[in-house]
Design a protein around this ligand. Structure first.
Ligand code: ACO
Length: 325
């Protein structure tokens, strides 16, 4: 039996914690509003040295050690990110340099909060085709670089981080049983990056005319609920796994209320959803990757369990995988 399976996991989270009470001093908001409307208690903020590639490489190194694979056997590195250090080189190439992964082809995939799942599915296709054997797949974002720290409707939501997996061709019945990626470009305006003046985190600095994220939250909310619950159903059907047999759902962590609504619509008890939004907020492409890491390492997902990872993001882009661990 052959399957493409995750054989190692890694993650990286910046040390700096930004609490809701700090945000209360920056914009007109309240701890009560943030927790009740989003579920977020705090988030991590990367400092200047913690670029996206730095966080991605840290997560990738841990995943390689966890898998116990020789770095020279890695022939592909795919990073899901929309906040690369610069337009080029790709984050994946910086990860290659840091890991000395001399035999790998490396590139980034741009799919916002679904970036990790688009990268995972891309890497899986290369391995399925026989072109490559072992891949590192990373979801990494320094999303707080794109925040207008005067805009209370977005600045309370996001944080920074990275998660990574090693993906390999294995001789077992464990692995990725179904994948789904889909895009809804007609809704691109609901969340986009534009370049106008904004206030940087350091309130003393001058306003900057650099790109920042603009979001139409309510419209995104509805589409997020519908498309993520549809995606769960699609991968369950593709894998021929009953909804009741899904032990855990690892969803994108954009809003605790979105997760609750997806649970209701999918008819899966919310207790089966892995939630860490309270600690990290929305880390874009890193959210699913870090949640997967914590779900496995904490024992929420055990050997032989069926689980789904599902994400939604700007684009709009939707992705899901059904995996047997
Ligand atoms: N503190 C206090 N009040 C606030 C804040 C805040 N931080 N932000 C907004 N408000 C106010 C609004 O101004 C509004 O006030 P008004 O009624 O006087 O006009 C009120 O709260 C309600 O605002 P809504 O936008 O209706 O609040 P909602 O309950 O919809 O929550 C939120 C907003 C959290 C953004 C929600 O809509 C959401 O999570 N949307 C989905 C976001 C998402 O899925 N993003 C994924 C894509 S991200 C990516 O791909 C990178």
């Amino acid at each position: 039996m052959h399957n493409i399976a995750i054989t190692g996991l890694g993650h990286y989270l910046p040390k700096r914690v930004l609490s809701n009470s700090e945000l209360e001093k920056m914009v007109e908001t309240s701890e009560e509003w943030i927790i009740s409307r989003t579920g977020i208690k705090e988030r991590r903020i990367a400092d200047k040295g913690e670029k996206t590639s730095f966080m991605a490489a840290k997560a990738a190194k841990e995943a390689i050690n966890d898998a116990g694979v020789d770095i020279q056997d890695i022939d592909l590195i795919v990073v899901g990110t929309t906040t690369p250090d610069s337009n080029f080189p790709s984050v994946a190439c910086w990860v290659q340099k840091e890991l000395n992964a001399k035999n790998a082809a490396c590139f980034d995939v741009s799919a916002a909060c679904s970036g990790f799942l688009f990268a995972l599915t891309t890497a899986k296709q290369y391995i399925s085709s026989g072109m490559f054997k072992n891949a590192i797949v990373v979801g990494a974002d320094k999303f707080t670089n794109l925040i207008d720290w005067n805009d209370r409707s977005t600045c309370v939501l996001f944080g920074d981080g990275a998660g990574a997996v090693v993906l390999s061709n294995t001789r077992s019945d464990h692995g990725i049983l179904a994948d789904y990626i889909h895009s809804l470009g007609e809704f691109g305006e609901f969340m986009q990056v534009i370049a106008e003046e904004r206030q940087p985190l350091d309130q003393k600095s001058k306003h900057l005319a650099v790109p920042y994220a603009l979001m139409r939250g309510q419209e995104l909310f509805k589409i997020a609920v519908n498309s993520m619950s549809d995606a769960v159903e699609i991968v369950a059907r593709k894998a021929k796994v009953k909804i009741d047999d899904i032990v855990c759902v690892v969803p994108h962590q954009a809003n605790d209320r979105i997760i609750a609504a997806v649970a209701k619509k999918s008819k899966i008890p919310k207790e089966r959803f892995f939630i860490n939004i309270d600690k990290y907020g929305n880390m874009s492409a890193a959210s699913c990757a870090v949640a997967l890491y914590e779900a496995v390492k904490s024992g929420r997902i055990k050997k032989g369990d069926y689980f789904v990872i599902v994400a939604f993001g700007a684009g709009l882009v939707v992705g899901a995988n059904l995996i047997k661990w």
